[in-house]
Design a protein around this ligand. Sequence first.
Ligand code: GLC
Length: 718
Amino acid sequence: MDRSELMNLLNQMTIEEKTAQLMQLATPFYKGAKEAGEITGPLEELDINEDHVRNSGSVLGASGAENIRNIQKTYLAESRLGIPLLFMSDIVHGYKTIFPVPLAIGCSWDMQLAEESARIAAREAAVSGIHVTFAPMVDLVRDPRWGRVMESSGEDPHLNSEFARAFVKGFQGDDLGSDLERVAACVKHFAAYGAVEAGRDYNYVDLSERELRETYLPAYKAALDEGCEMVMTAFNTVDGIPASGNKRLMKELLRDEWGFNGVVISDWGAIKELIPHGVAEDEREAAYKSIMAGVDIEMMTTTYVHHLSSLVRDGVVSEEIIDEAVLRILELKHKLGLFENPFRGADPTLEKEVVLCENHRLTARKLAQKSSVLLKNENVLPLQKSQRVSLIGPFAESDDLLGPWSWLGSGEDAILLKEGLLSKISPNQLQIAKGCGVESGTKEELAYAIEAAKNSDVLLLALGERSDMSGEAGCRADIRLPQVQLELIARLKELNKPIVVVLFNGRPLDLHGIIEEADAVLEAWYPGTEGGAAIADLLYGDANPSGRLSMSFPYSVGQVPVYYNHFNTGRPKGAPDAQVRYVSQYLDIPNEPLFPFGYGLSYASFSYHNASLSTTKMTEELEVRVTVKNTGVEGEEVVQLYVRDIAGDVVRPMKELKDFKKILLRRGEEKEVSFTLSEEQLRYHHSDLSFESDPGAFVAYVGSNSRDVIELPFQLVK
Ligand code: GLC
């Protein structure tokens, strides 16, 4: 079917069929559906009839090859024009083989493995009948109170952009039409959802257009430049207008300026939410504002099917606007080959062979190894296989390892931490005691754990947050571990035995009560289906930790938002001539985070030498070189390159990540690492929104994280 045939099909559609094509419903509304599917928002009375369903355009949250084939077959049998359904679901970091949560993958700094994880997720989803995934989520995050930081790759525009490209490539491949084991991607949430005020979900976002473009938009743009097929609107306001009704953002910037002509879908209910937001008096006005903003599909509310026809009949909205939206959806269905093959990749036989296969699990294990971050190690890790270990804590035997967006992933398929350890040591070397729950415990549990611990050489505490303590609507104002866990470690500390803490959590935590008490801390995040195996590999040195934080760990929640690419202010603390009091500081805590962006330890021992620039007077580009030596065991180091623009048209961050290389060094090996820094990489948005670089003083920084760096000053001359 070519474009003229699509236009011909469009011209046969009634206005009711067109507006229904713009509606997306969850699985329960469809005949032939074998299961309820994924419900990720408030379900309410939608006041729709058989015709609405019969003419709807897409389905949210279905899965299973047989199930989706049934729905499609039943639907097409009753469809006047035979336009197939699109099936869309949240395959955020895995379908049934669940990879670490995206914030963990963000700490891997491994684009190849990130892309591979998305390819595998797409493969399992596509053979199970899904056409589109609502991923990647590329919202830049700086506030760990927000529950959805676990879904992002972190706080840096450059790193987020690299991951956005990698995920889109993995999901979509090179040719969606012929490669039936890929799915279309949908970058979300456009835009700046991660900047919600006070870290409270769905809250107000207010940024200058310059800050929006400079910091928050690059990763969405990177996804679209990689060919991402869809965009999902964010729940929040942008410059006072909710994204789903924001014509400036969704049409003038996204479509007119960036040239995006793909499908835009609202987030769950976000169009109707224009009413409580206070920019629409009723559903008719909400429908009007959204369709005029270029939002094509309305997810799980029905303002479009209830009001667009009358808006057209009343001459308020031209039918061409509706036609443009419908045509974009038909074109996506065409690109996916659905008119020729409405079942696309749905293959029950292949599904059994592919989903959760050994190769997929091996990749999940490898990515979980690379996504974990060693935060502290006072010579207690790696563990020795001769040691007697007490495994204590709410996550000792927990299968809550998949994170809040793992949907079809099952804890039953997960390798638990206990199981991972038993693949390394014999049962008589391992004592297991819960000690307490995530948020509550009993005196008996605690007493038993203390008793068990007395017979061990090392105490391994598996602590953290339940996965529903982060994720959507999972915001916390107090980001410490629950008190009962802090009491557990304090009591065990009295035994004067080495304590290793493994953290399972969806956000950077306030580690008061943990970081001092523990001799070693491994941040495992939610490591996914192979989590227990990967963590055991790391604890026993069968894999060497190589994760580096992609989001700062605050010293305390009072610092939030705290991020590495902050600004100097006019009264920087610690400046040579700084006053004692009248500087930008807290009286009670440090300004610096507990652990900075880019930070992570290794069992190896890396040192940096001979850092140099090819010139200190840059015109087009310069080379940055540094030699990295490893005097420890074999391991991977993430060599990071930052730049500071000393004086700009507007204030400029103290550092900005410009490049990085993850390198493997064997014991005793050293490598020269070089980066090419170009004039383009020094460009930024000026006060007039022009995007250019300025001649003047700069400093390049190269090192192992955003704090421990070697300074290399240079001038940009024009
Ligand atoms: C949810 C989420 C969004 C998800 C959508 C469909 O509310 O905000 O990320 O893709 O609904 O499940």
